[in-house]
Design a binder for this molecule. Structure first.
Ligand SMILES: Cc1cc2nc3c(=O)[nH]c(=O)nc-3n(C[C@H](O)[C@H](O)[C@H](O)COP(=O)(O)OP(=O)(O)OC[C@H]3O[C@@H](n4cnc5c(N)ncnc54)[C@H](O)[C@@H]3O)c2cc1C
Length: 393
C-alpha cells in the first residue's frame, strides 16, 4: 500500500461509473501490453510506428466518441470516457505517444461537423482504423497565437483551390495523410479564414522535420505549400467562415490538454510517493521527513483540485453549458499545476530525476509544450479577462 491510489479520483466521483471503469481497464491493459514496453525505443527513434496506430484503431481507441457509420463508437460514450482515454494512454509516460496517436481527435470534429458528408465518409474510416493519419495545421512561422492573422493564401481556379504558404510546429506533420488546414480565402482578419482538407500526397506539399525538447516519440514538422491544388469540395464549412469553428474546437482540445496535465502529474506523484517510501536518508524513510511528506501532500492538493475543475468543465461541456473563459482558465491552471508538480517530483527523486530512466525525467520534458500549444498561458488569461469584461470600463 503506497497511500497513493491512482484511480481514487474516478472511483469517488459522481461523473464516472462502471462503463468508465471498464474502459479504463481495457485501455490500461492495451497500453501496458502494446506501448509501455516500446516507449523508450519509440522515443529514441522519434516515431510511433504505424503498426501501433493500427492496433489502437482495432482496439477502438481512435474511434471513441466518433460516429458509428464512420467506424467509431458513439453509443453510450460521453466526454468522461474520452478523459479516461487521455488518462490511460498517458500511463506509458510519453506525451509523444499521445501526440503521435491522437492528432485526429482535434482535427476530426472539424471534418465531420463541417465537411461534405461524402468526403468525411471516404476519409474518416481509414483514420479511425489507424490506417491513415489526420493532423491539424493552423500555426504558421509568422506566429500561432494570433490565428486571425494567418497568411497561408488560397486562390480559386474553377473547381480547385490553389494553396501557397507555410505551417509550422505541426504534430504528425511528417507522416500525416491528411491535414485539416486553416487558410486565408478572403480579406484580412477573422472574416477571411476557411478550413480545407488537404491530402498529404498533394504535389507541391513538402515537409521539414523539427527536433524538439520533448514529445520525442511524436513527429513535428514545418509544411510548405507551393501551388498545392485542392478540390473545392474539400472546403470544410462555408468559405471565409472557418474562424469560429476553429475557436470552438479549441475548447475541447483545451479540456483534453488539462486532463493530460493531471494524468502526467499523477504519474509523477505516484513515482515520487513510491520513491519516498523506499529511499532512506538520515536513517529514516525519505517520506517520513515532514518536509517531504508535506511536499507530497501539496502535490496531491494541486492535482486533485485541478482534476475537479477538469471534471466540472467537462460536465458543462456535455450539457452545452461550457464557457470559453472558464476553459481557458482551466488550461492555465492545469499547465501551471503540471509544471509545479513535476518540479516537486523531481526534488523528491533528487539526482535520479535528472538521469534518464525515471518517468519524472521524461515527463518533465513534456511540460513546456502544453503551456504553449493550443493556446498559451498568456493568450488564455487575456482571453478570459476580455470575456469577463475586465478593464472594459
Ligand atoms: C510540439 C508542438 C506541437 C504543436 N502542434 C501543433 C499542431 O499540431 N497544429 C498547430 O496548428 N499548431 C501546433 N503547435 C503550435 C502551437 O499551438 C503554437 O506554438 C502556439 O499557438 C503559440 O504560437 P507561437 O509558438 O507561434 O508563439 P507566438 O504567437 O509567436 O507567441 C510567442 C509568445 O508570446 C506570447 N504572446 C503572443 N502574443 C501575446 C500578447 N498579445 N500578449 C502577451 N503575450 C503574447 C505567447 O503566449 C507566447 O508565449 C504545436 C507547438 C508545439 C511546440
Amino acid at each position: 500500500m503506497t497511500g497513493n491510489n491512482y484511480d481514487d479520483w474516478r472511483r469517488r466521483s459522481p461523473f464516472y461509473g462502471e462503463t468508465h471503469e471498464a474502459l479504463s481497464s481495457s485501455v490500461r491493459a492495451f497500453i501496458a501490453r502494446e506501448a509501455t514496453p516500446h516507449v523508450e525505443a519509440w522515443e529514441e527513434a522519434g516515431i510511433v510506428p504505424r503498426a501501433f496506430h493500427e492496433k489502437a484503431g482495432a482496439a477502438g481507441l481512435l474511434g471513441l466518441g466518433f460516429p458509428e457509420q464512420l467506424g467509431g463508437t458513439a453509443e453510450g460514450i460521453d466526454s468522461f470516457h474520452k478523459l479516461v482515454l487521455v488518462d490511460e494512454t498517458a500511463r506509458c509516460g510519453s506525451g509523444g505517444v499521445q501526440s503521435g496517436l491522437f492528432t485526429h481527435a482535434v482535427a476530426m470534429p472539424l471534418l465531420i461537423e463541417h465537411g461534405d458528408p461524402d468526403l468525411a465518409a471516404s476519409v474518416a474510416p481509414r483514420i479511425l482504423a489507424g490506417l491513415d493519419i489526420l493532423a491539424i495545421a493552423i500555426t504558421e512561422p509568422s506566429g500561432g497565437s494570433d490565428v486571425a492573422a494567418l497568411k497561408t493564401g488560397v486562390r480559386r481556379e474553377g473547381d480547385t483551390f490553389i494553396v501557397n504558404g507555410s505551417k509550422t510546429f505541426i504534430s504528425n506533420g511528417m507522416r500525416a495523410d491528411w491535414f485539416v488546414t486553416a487558410v486565408r480565402t478572403g480579406g484580412p482578419g477573422m472574416g477571411g479564414i476557411s478550413m480545407l482538407l488537404i491530402p498529404g500526397d498533394s504535389p507541391g506539399l513538402t515537409r521539414t522535420s523539427l527536433k524538439k525538447m520533448g514529445w520525442h516519440a511524436g513527429d513535428t514538422a514545418t509544411l510548405h505549400f507551393d501551388d498545392v491544388r485542392v478540390p473545392v469540395h474539400h472546403l470544410l464549412g462555408q468559405e471565409n467562415k472557418g474562424f469560429k469553428p476553429i475557436l470552438r474546437n479549441f475548447n475541447w482540445e483545451r479540456i483534453q490538454a488539462a486532463q493530460q496535465c493531471t494524468a502526467f502529474a499523477r504519474i509523477a506523484h505516484e513515482e515520487a510517493v513510491d520513491w519516498a517510501n523506499q529511499r532512506e536518508t538520515f536513517g529514516q524513510k525519505l517520506g517520513s521527513h515532514p518536509v517531504i511528506r508535506s511536499k507530497l501532500a501539496d502535490m496531491k492538493r494541486r492535482i486533485d483540485t485541478t482534476q475537479a475543475s477538469v471534471d466540472l468543465n467537462t460536465w458543462q461541456f456535455d450539457q452545452g453549458l461550457d464557457s470559453a473563459s472558464d476553459i481557458a482558465l482551466l488550461k492555465v491552471q492545469a499547465t501551471r499545476m503540471f509544471e509545479q508538480v513535476l518540479r516537486e517530483a523531481a526534488q523528491v527523486l533528487g539526482g535520479a530525476s535528472f538521469i534518464r530512466g525515471t518517468l519524472t525525467e521524461r515527463i518533465y520534458r513534456e511540460v513546456r509544450v502544453v503551456a504553449i500549444g493550443g493556446g498559451s498561458e498568456e493568450i488564455l488569461l487575456d482571453l478570459a479577462g476580455r470575456q469577463l469584461g475586465y478593464g472594459a470600463s
